[in-house]
Design a protein around this ligand. Structure first.
Ligand code: UDP
Ligand code: MG
Length: 286
């Protein structure tokens, strides 16, 4: 039996690239042996994206009247899909459709197949690269396994995983990070298949280094998936600070020592640890 995949393309102001991306996708995908449907979600675009979509035959078009965000587009697409496997791809010509057969091949034996932008010379904008690298490392540390590309937007996955953790998935940008972390920490098999990555056509709708979103994602990843991995070392840090103060005093390096400082630091260390422990228990019982 053929493999069956629902392909979801989220679209926000992509009038220029739609006429390239979608036909190219159709041409390529119909050349390999799978059953598929293509679901485009127009996410309240302010340009002519919707009109451009309507010119293309053989695709399903869902229209958000207002802009709701990347995650929301994917969730709408998933709700309206008919197959058990989902593939997502951006509409901005960054991901190579040529990589799809290689991803499809890996559907046997894996729950999540990520097109991983780890090849040299990839077109990830420089100002984003460091933030991305940090996120990949941080996620790898939390999960205890290598995650070379946390948030690639080209991937294939089992739909039931998303339904199972539905409320965890955000309306805006960290849909892909969330899915990667769920799979990495909940025993789903994930494979990262190296792919090329091209320069974007048109403008990205997220700010390059949105520091606030970056912090939000860091907090979310640690709190939702492996809290103790962050809170235990933090607690240890407070404990060490508590010990350093009196040690310096005894060693004669400083000539004053406040015992309240010691008490406060120890208390903070204990609280931090138990906060992490509580979070860990909640995460594991969800
Ligand atoms: N997108 C969307 N709703 C939004 C913002 C973006 O559906 O509010 C779409 C966008 O058209 C693209 C994909 O989601 O196909 C990813 O967005 P983008 O390429 O801007 O993000 P990046 O790849 O730069 O992280
Ligand atoms: Mg993109």
């Amino acid at each position: 039996m053929n493999k069956q995949i629902s392909i979801i393309v989220p679209i926000y102001n992509e009038e220029e690239s739609i006429k390239n991306v979608i036909p190219k996708l159709i041409k390529f995908i119909s050349g390999i042996n799978i059953d598929y449907e293509i679901i485009t979600v127009n996410d309240g675009s302010k340009d002519n994206s919707l009109a451009e979509l309507k010119k293309i035959e053989g695709i399903k078009i869902i229209d958000h009247k207002k802009n709701r965000g990347y995650g929301a587009s994917l969730k709408t697409g998933i709700k309206n899909s008919k197959y058990d496997w989902i593939m997502i791809i951006d509409a901005d010509e960054t991901y190579p459709v040529e990589a799809i057969p290689e991803l499809v091949k890996n559907m046997d034996g894996y729950d999540l197949i990520v097109g991983s932008r780890e090849k040299r010379g990839n077109a990830i904008p420089l100002e984003r690269r460091h933030a991305k690298q940090f996120l990949n490392r941080f996620a790898s540390y939390l999960a205890g396994k290598n995650i070379p590309d946390l948030n690639s937007g080209l991937r294939i996955f089992r739909k039931d995983i998303v339904f199972k953790y539905w409320p965890l998935f955000p309306q805006r940008f960290s849909f892909t990070s969330t899915l990667t972390m769920i799979c990495a920490t909940r025993g789903y098999e994930t494979i990262f298949v190296p792919i090329d990555y091209h320069k974007r056509a048109g403008k990205s709708s997220i700010k390059a280094v949105d520091f606030f979103n970056f912090l939000k994602l860091i907090c979310k990843l640690s709190l939702f998936f492996k809290p103790l991995k962050v809170f235990a070392p933090l607690s240890l840090l407070f404990l060490m600070l508590a010990i350093i103060a009196p040690t310096l005093y005894v060693a004669g390096v400083v000539n004053r020592f406040y015992d309240t400082t010691f008490v406060v630091l120890v208390a903070v260390a204990i609280q931090t640890f138990f906060f992490g422990l509580l979070a860990e228990i909640i995460v594991h019982n969800k």
